[in-house]
Design a protein around this ligand. Structure first.
Ligand SMILES: Cc1cc2nc3c(=O)[nH]c(=O)nc-3n(C[C@H](O)[C@H](O)[C@H](O)COP(=O)(O)OP(=O)(O)OC[C@H]3O[C@@H](n4cnc5c(N)ncnc54)[C@H](O)[C@@H]3O)c2cc1C
Length: 476
């Protein structure tokens, strides 16, 4: 089987973590002939060459001035042309890059290269005629070859064998892949970053309390209305004809338009590809000025495909919108949430996925980090006792280091490379509060942090702090 793995070098020079999982997944498929594909500057050649030591037959680097400054549509255009030339049976991409963080490239490539698509893959079984995958939130899915799948953080990339050798990196320019330069790089990118701001989002004023107050502050948190992202109030001119797919982003849509049409997506979810084609036909007929989508797994694979079919820009994970009556200005976190970027779009319709916290259904989440290792059973029995009272629904979750130290399976990981949750109350036990973790929980209602180190960053993102050992808090 011929497999192409799309990999990106991050700003720090490493392989994007999700792409590392994609590469490892490809290497584990029996009789696979693996080719690496990347787009980047000349210096990425060495990065690719080193990666070939792990088992890839060869690597291709798309490198041309014309490719510089590409957004996801222009990037996936170039990648899809290279993929068409390579003619693989299967393309494996990571779920998202950690710097761009949009998750759009895989679905967009699938449309532009004519491949079937499965996203958020946890397990892969390749048989003769088809690929069957276990996905993170959409159950088991099957696709015919040629297919493209995007994988979650499902494995660890192997280390090179001491005797393994590098193979070859072939550099292709825009001509080599027959690219139209008008559709490449900055020229071919409908979305433009207009400004960026420091993001203080998620920071809270922490009140330190005694451990004996825990039950009281949880009850208070449950009584308060969930502190979700409140859309920016906007009183200026409004956009005409705004469509929304699903109704979770209605509140956000109302900030920029009084002319909103809601598309019910329940039928569409069982016939994904037909929906894209049918929807695109209606968009061409009725020409809405903007289309907003939720940001759950279904929307995140559907919206980029619709954008690719319409050849329009798509801004991912927006937390606020503005308009001057003509143009939509979309605000989104970038670089792990430290920066907020203001994005404009020069094509129509203007499209955005809106950050809606959809994965957390629990009222209270008790998340454990590496520091809760010794208290894990105590915390779990505390959660069991709460659930036995038949009141609010409690769940456990964890940080990435808790997954790495095998305290919990990956499905429980909250954060940038895990899931996003927004319970009424989030209790972080023995979690330091790295930005990567905060990215997945900052939309929670009341945040309570329990940590023995008063200087731990988690307290900057908590409403209440308890400085204590987890064993003591839950042991009594
Ligand atoms: C690209 C990338 C993506 C990432 N994605 C994620 C992600 O999705 N989710 C995520 O969580 N992380 C993610 N990380 C990792 C993240 O940067 C942190 O390393 C991780 O969140 C730290 O986990 P932790 O807080 O459990 O462990 P640590 O940072 O080791 O913190 C443990 C904390 O427990 C406290 N502690 C120790 N003992 C006790 C005790 N007995 N009682 C109470 N407190 C105690 C310590 O004071 C410390 O603050 C990512 C990193 C990278 C580079």
């Amino acid at each position: 089987m011929r497999i192409v793995v799309c990999v990106k070098q991050t700003v720090s020079g490493e392989i994007n973590p999700f792409d590392a999982c994609a590469y490892e997944a490809a290497l584990q498929i029996p009789n696979a002939e693996v080719t690496l594909l990347s787009m980047g500057p000349e210096k990425s050649k060495e990065f690719l060459l080193n990666l070939t030591r792990l088992g890839a037959k060869e690597a291709y680097l798309l490198c041309d001035r014309a490719f510089a400054g590409a957004d996801t549509l222009a990037t996936s255009y170039a990648l899809s042309l290279a993929i068409k030339r390579l003619e693989p049976d299967l393309v494996i991409c990571g779920r998202q890059t950690i710097d761009g963080d949009t998750g759009q490239t895989g679905p967009s490539v699938s449309v532009q290269a004519g491949l079937s698509l499965i996203t958020n893959v946890m397990k892969i079984v390749c048989t003769d005629g088809k690929i069957t995958c276990q996905t993170r939130t959409m159950g088991e899915q099957m696709a015919a070859y040629p297919a493209l799948i995007t994988v979650e953080r499902i494995n660890h990339l192997r280390l090179p064998n001491i005797r393994s050798k590098c193979t070859e990196v072939i550099v292709w320019n825009a001509d080599d892949i027959g690219a139209d330069e008008e559709r490449c790089g900055l020229k071919g990118s409908p979305t433009k970053v207009m400004a960026s701001f420091q993001n203080e989002d998620g920071k809270r004023k922490c009140k330190f309390v005694d451990a004996s107050m825990l039950d009281t502050i949880i009850e208070e948190g449950l009584r308060k209305e969930k502190d979700r992202i409140s859309p920016r109030k906007y009183d200026g001119a409004k956009l005409k004809k705004v469509w929304i797919v699903g109704d979770k982003c209605l509140e956000m849509a109302e900030t920029i338009s009084d002319d909103i049409r809601v598309f019910n997506r329940s039928e569409a979810e069982t016939q994904a590809y037909d929906f894209a084609k049918e929807f695109v036909k209606r968009v061409r007929e009725e020409e809405p000025s903007a289309i907003l989508w939720d940001s759950d797994a279904w929307s995140k694979q559907m919206a980029p495909r619709v954008a690719a079919l319409l050849q329009t820009g798509l801004c991912a994970d927006c937390t606020a919108l503005e308009t001057d009556g003509e143009n939509l200005y979309m605000y989104r976190p970038a670089f792990s949430g430290n920066i907020i970027a203001k994005i404009g779009c020069i094509t129509r319709p203007q499209m955005a996925t809106i950050r809606t916290a959809t994965e957390g259904i629990a009222d209270v989440i008790c998340a454990m980090g590496k520091g809760a290792k010794g208290a894990k059973e105590l915390v779990e029995s505390y959660v069991d006792r709460k659930n036995a009272q038949n009141g609010p629904h409690w769940e456990t979750a964890c940080s990435r280091l808790a997954v790495d130290s095998e305290m919990f399976p990956y499905e429980k990981q909250v954060g940038m490379t895990g899931k996003t949750v927004s319970p009424a109350v989030y209790i972080a036990v023995g979690i330091s509060g790295a930005v990567h973790h905060i990215a997945g929980m900052k939309q929670s209602g009341t945040v309570i942090a329990i940590n023995l180190d008063k200087k731990a960053p988690i307290f900057d993102y908590a409403d209440y702090g308890i400085v204590a050992r987890a064993e003591e808090v839950f042991g009594c």
